[in-house]
Design a protein around this ligand. Structure first.
Ligand SMILES: *Cc1c(COP(=O)(O)O)cnc(C)c1O
Length: 377
């Protein structure tokens, strides 16, 4: 029988201790969005996040939403956002009735282009519409050009929100991503490097802002014995059961990063003979968790991205085009955008390869052989 069982792009990968922690939540009956595992999860995350304080929340999206609120974003404000990302980076801008201003990528890290960022700020200020915040994404775990981006954020005094949903475990000059900006955001969705089934975290150096985030996340209950509210609240807290899964997952985070990097190196070595395929790589100071291994097909290649994707799909191998930039999405078509063509080109030519840390070496070899088959035909 032909062995072509499904190879997923990335699927949840439990470490082993998760069930033990979940059982504790049952034994103690903390089956609620409050409980000791949430507190421990936050403390442990804080320890590996440069001492930034942490609020464990229901999703990465919720974390971005609260970061924007805490940054003081209001209706009709302009908020700068990487265009090359998943829609969850930008949607919370719209939740607040604010206007996204999308910034294209530079071709080295594929993340926000600092020149276009500065241009958009200068033009905003000229029009008396200084942007209120910057949402910077570290896509696929690769650090953005942090030195120059932080310089711009500081120079113009605009708070930076780091969407590090895909970048837990990555560093820039040995500093964890998510701990450069005023706010950092992680996601623990099922496909991320570690998962709590669903979940996210908001990070901030300022303890009082994290306290405020937890207040907003639990329906903004004022300090009164009855239910008193002077602000609009949200139901955004992480469940104690999810946090229990997270405790097990944190134990294996460094193993997961090691394996992701092994997978990247395997593809890179094995496919080095195919000149039409190139890889995203780390520049000096960058350390990527290589959440997903991504390849780019040559502009003049006779095989295009869809041909390769469908070729793999025929053998039950899941691969996926790179993110379709926000300025090309129907829902954001009327938004302001500073475009240089880089992200649109990456979308056309790029593919994410199966990168789940639970993939076997045999399955990795199967993916590689299938790709080679197409190019050697
Ligand atoms: C996954 C992801 C999010 C959203 O996180 P959720 O936990 O799924 O809400 C935001 N931004 C990026 C770049 C992501 O990949």
């Amino acid at each position: 029988m032909k062995d072509n069982k499904k190879i997923w792009l990335a699927s949840p990968h439990m470490g082993g201790d998760e069930l033990r922690f979940v059982k504790e939540t049952f034994d103690t009956n903390w089956i609620a969005p409050i409980g000791p595992h949430i507190n421990t999860f936050e403390e442990q995350l804080s320890k590996i996040s440069n001492g930034y304080k942490v609020a464990a929340l229901s999703s990465g999206t919720a974390s971005i939403h609260l970061a924007l609120i805490l940054a003081g974003v209001k209706a009709n404000d302009d908020v700068i956002c990487s265009t090359f990302t998943f829609s969850a980076s930008a949607n919370p801008i719209k939740y607040l009735g604010a206007n996204p201003v999308f910034i294209d990528s530079e071709s080295l890290s594929w993340n926000m282009c600092p020149e276009l960022l500065e241009k958009s700020i200068v033009e905003g200020i000229e029009k008396n519409k200084k942007p209120k915040a910057i949402i910077l994404v570290h896509l696929y775990g690769m650090p953005a050009k942090m030195d120059v981006i932080m310089e711009i954020s500081n120079q113009y005094d605009i708070p930076l929100i780091e969407d590090a949903a895909e970048a837990l475990g990555s560093t820039y000059k040995n500093q964890p991503l998510g701990t450069f900006g005023k706010f950092g955001v992680y996601s623990f969705n099922g496909n991320k490097i570690i998962t709590t089934s669903a979940g996210g975290a908001l990070l901030c150096k300022d303890k009082s802002l994290i306290k405020k985030a937890k207040f907003f996340a639990t329906q903004s209950r004022d300090n009164a014995p009855h239910y008193e509210h002077s602000e609009i609240g949200y139901n955004y807290r992480m469940s104690n059961v999810c946090a229990a899964i997270g405790l097990g997952q944190l134990e294996v985070l460094s193993d997961r990063v090691r394996r992701k990097r092994e997978i990247y190196n395997f593809y890179k070595t094995e496919l080095s003979g195919i000149k039409e395929i190139t890889f995203l790589y780390e520049s000096i100071g960058s350390f990527s968790n290589y959440w997903l291994t991504t390849i780019l097909l040559d502009k003049n290649s006779t095989i295009d991205r869809e041909q390769l994707r469908l070729h793999l799909e025929k053998d039950n191998i899941e691969s996926r085009p790179l993110w379709n930039p926000m300025h090309l999405q129907p829902v954001f078509k009327n938004c302001k955008a500073y475009v240089n063509g880089v992200s649109g080109d990456l979308f056309n030519r790029g593919l994410c390869l199966p990168s789940g840390t639970n993939i076997s070496n045999k399955d990795l070899k199967r993916v590689v052989n299938k790709i080679k088959e197409l190019y050697e035909a």
